[in-house]
Write a protein that binds this ligand. Structure first.
Ligand code: UDP
Ligand code: MG
Length: 316
């Protein structure tokens, strides 16, 4: 088992984190490693982590060259982890390390991904509201409904971690990506505490960026809406032209008729413009999907007579 912990300016929390994490590791009864990723901290975090690594050979520290952000740090940790199960955890003690055995139990039940769900969050009200919106959005876009995509207390099986790493995406949102690779996803309620010390690194702008990232990373919806708008304009324009024709047939030519014809022409041009943008975007979107190395499908196992023989327990 590997535990991956991104660390950005958390010097004040690391000693307490390690004090609580250590007994959990001792008790879990499996081989484990802790991969701390120092995400370009400007405080003493790196020195403290290196000291931990020097005294405990379960600890490894990945030092990033500068601050790349929480998700990039987690990816770096994934790449440098070796466990069959990988658990992610925040360094600020908002995720109680004591919940790790429950995540492991849920993985052992046959799940590929287990997400923590902070039933009772200890964050500011606006933060909770923003996160609720974010979860609805993510659930809809990824197609896997979850209460809490933001909770970083999560567990993944190795093949999921390897697939996420292989995607090598520039703006990866790890929980969403992982959930799109398997149907064996579970969510368990976990505790949530106030930040032990220091302040959250996310503000409203950061969260908005994350949401936008997610929409553009997982769906073509925004540009499809532009196309839809173009079609609506065209339909309305068609109705207008019909109306003008009928008017002319019934009442004959009118003085302000030319103005209306011009209006309809401009309207049609607008519709065509929006449709053209959507069409170009559709091609760009396809290129985007091709250059992105997300797999088309993932084979979990191949079952045949030989494999059945090797794993007789499966036949029971
Ligand atoms: N973090 C990081 N790089 C960053 C921002 C945050 O590695 O650029 C780490 C941070 O040290 C913590 C975790 O990501 O371990 C969650 O960050 P934070 O507590 O600021 O976020 P919140 O709990 O408000 O979601
Ligand atoms: Mg936090």
């Amino acid at each position: 088992m590997s535990i991956v912990i991104p660390v950005y300016n958390e010097a004040a929390n690391l000693a307490a984190l390690w004090r609580r994490l250590q007994p959990v590791l001792d008790r879990c009864g499996r081989a484990c490693e802790v991969v701390f990723v120092d995400d370009g901290s400007a405080d003493d975090s790196l020195a403290i982590l290196r000291d931990l690594a020097a005294h405990d050979d379960r600890v490894r520290v990945v030092e990033l060259a500068r601050n790349f952000g929480q998700h990039a740090a987690i990816l770096a940790g994934f790449r440098n982890s070796r466990g069959e199960i990988v658990i992610t955890l925040d360094a600020d003690l908002q995720n109680p390390p004591e919940e790790i055995p429950r995540l492991l139990a849920a993985i052992d039940e046959g799940n590929d991904v287990v997400g923590g769900w902070r039933e009772e969050r200890h964050d500011r009200t606006f933060r909770k509201f923003a996160s609720r919106m974010h979860n609805h959005l993510t659930s809809a876009i990824v197609g896997v409904p979850m209460h809490d995509y933001g909770c970083m207390l999560r567990a993944y099986r190795r093949h999921i971690v390897d697939t996420v790493v292989a995607c090598d995406e520039k703006a990866a949102f790890v929980p969403a990506l992982a959930n799109s690779f398997t149907k064996r996803v579970a969510e368990i309620p976990v505790g949530h505490e106030e930040r032990a010390s220091g302040r959250s690194h996310y503000n409203l702008l950061g969260l908005a960026k994350l949401s936008l990232n997610l929409i553009t990373g997982f769906s073509m919806l925004p540009i499809q809406l532009v196309g839809l708008f173009g079609i609506v304009v065209f339909v309305l324009d068609f109705a207008l032209v019909m109306l003008l024709l009928a008017h002319r047939l019934i009442y004959g030519p009118q003085q302000e008729g030319a103005m209306w014809v011009m209006f309809a022409a401009v309207f049609a041009l607008f519709g065509a413009l929006f449709l053209a943008i959507a069409l170009v975007a559709e091609y760009v979107g396809r290129i985007y999907q091709e250059v992105r190395r997300r797999p088309n499908y993932i084979v979990r196992a191949v079952h045949d007579a030989e494999s059945a023989h090797r794993q007789p327990s499966l036949r029971q």
